[in-house]
Structures are given as C-alpha cells and as structure tokens.
Ligand binder design. Sequence first.
Ligand code: NAI
Length: 264
Amino acid sequence: VVASGTYADRFGGQLVLVTGAAGGIGRATAFAFAEAGARIIAVDRDAEGAARTADMSRLIGAPQAWAEVVDVSDETAMEKLADKVHTEYGTVDVLVNNAGIGLSGSFLQTGTEDWKKVLDVNLWGVIHGCRIFGKRMAERGQGGHIVNTASAAAFLPSKTLPAYSTSKAAVLMLSECLRAELAGQGIGVSAICPGIINTGITSTARFAGVSADEEKRRQTKAARMYGLRNYPPEKVADAILRAVVRNQAVVPVTPEAHGAHLLS
Ligand code: NAI
C-alpha cells in the first residue's frame, strides 16, 4: 500500500533521506516520496529492511534509491553518512528523522541504562540528523525541509511511557527552535505527532523492570491493541508530505493527537 498519490511528481528530482526506513512509518514515507518522484536514501540499522525499502521505492517510481546502514545515535557514523551522501548523491532536500524505539515502564522502574537507550535514539539521533544535515542544507543556500517524527506522547503526560514521552517532547521543542533558526534560510522544520499507528514498534518496544516472559506478553498485548486502532502508517506518510508542501510546524496525526494538541 502506498500513500494517496496526491503529490504525484511534486518531489521530482529531489533527494529525500528517511531514517528508520525499514520500519512501518519510515517505509511508508519513503514509498510516498518515491511515488511523488523523489530520489530516496533509506537509512536504518536493519540492513535487510533498508535494502527492501530502497528496492520497493524504485519499483514505485523513485528514479534512484539507495539503502544505507547506520545507527542514528552514532554521531561519527552520521557524519560519515552525510559525507558519503554529499559526495555520491548530492545535498539532501528533505530529511525525515524518523528512527525511534519504544520503552514502557513506570518512572521509578525505568533505570538509567533504559533512559539512555531511549534518549540516544529518539533524541540524540534526531539532534545529530538535524545538525549534521541541516548545516549542509544551510551551506548550500537553496532551502530544504527537515521533518522530525515526534508523537502525541509529546503532549500527554503518561504513567507508562515517561522516557519515551520525554524524548518526544524534546523532539517537539528542538524542532520549534530549529524552525525559528532556519526560517530565514528557506529551510522548513516540522514535528509530526502521530497517535497510535499500527507498525512493528509494539513488537520491539521494551518494557522496563519486568521479566522477559512478561515483556513478550505485554508486547503481544500492545500489538493487539494497536491492531484494533488500525491507523496505517500511510496516514503518517501523507501527513509528512503535506507538512513539507505546506511548511507546517507541528502536525497532529490521528484523533487522539489532535485532542492532545488542543490540550497543550
Ligand atoms: P518501527 O519499529 O516499525 O520502525 C522504527 C525503525 O527505526 C525500525 O526499522 C528500526 O530498525 C529503526 N531504528 C531503531 N533504532 C535505530 C537506530 N538507532 N538507528 C537506525 N535505525 C533505527 O516503528 P514506527 O512505528 O514506524 O516508528 C517510527 C517513528 O514513529 C518512531 O520515531 C516512533 O517513535 C514514532 N511514532 C510511532 C507511533 C506508533 O504508534 N507506531 C506513534 C507516534 C510516533
């Protein structure tokens, strides 16, 4: 399934880099940009998944698509990626910092290592992407757009997702700060805030302070609950393309995120 096709050829000739591109939302986003004519760089730490996204992107309509295996929380690896992209593919026009991991558990049960893991990927991964690729966009002087995948969790205090929600609230704020900084240079920055989307994140989400068996049970339960809500990742991909075209700042996706946005 690909996104609506509303933006046919709208991104023709543009270079779009998506992180977390092997996952549900990242893959749907790569496909939507591919359908809109963009060249795609699919970045993920999952090599096979990233390669599959790149292959499918070409089939869907991307003139070119590449897979790059990178851990977004590794600053040196991100610098190397930016050098390679700049030398071999060109300057990125649209960057989608989307890679993220889930972690459930009460505040008191969540240990330092678990906090670090979540912040390393969800926050530092986004910071590295914004700074390293944003600098190059600014130096080129031809504008561009950065999209960061935050979450409705960024607005909603939660007893079960303190580390995740904190990481996403930080992504929201850094997006707003960078948006203000880059506005004068024709570079837009958007924070996308989906609610519950049916992707693989539930089966990989960690649960702090419980046994492995209990973690598996909760993952299965979360997957069932997410499946029932049934918002597909294509809904987020559509919102991301729209955010770039309309240069939207904060974009709630799905009803619970709208509610959360109104509360904020
Ligand atoms: P997913 O688990 O299907 O995809 C996440 C992808 O990120 C995976 O392919 C994974 O390999 C990759 N990844 C994780 N850590 C990485 C790292 N250090 N370096 C490179 N790649 C890494 O999950 P989904 O749902 O597609 O999530 C995408 C983004 O959307 C995440 O930031 C998530 O927090 C956010 N989000 C998801 C929601 C949902 O309900 N599924 C709701 C709101 C936000």
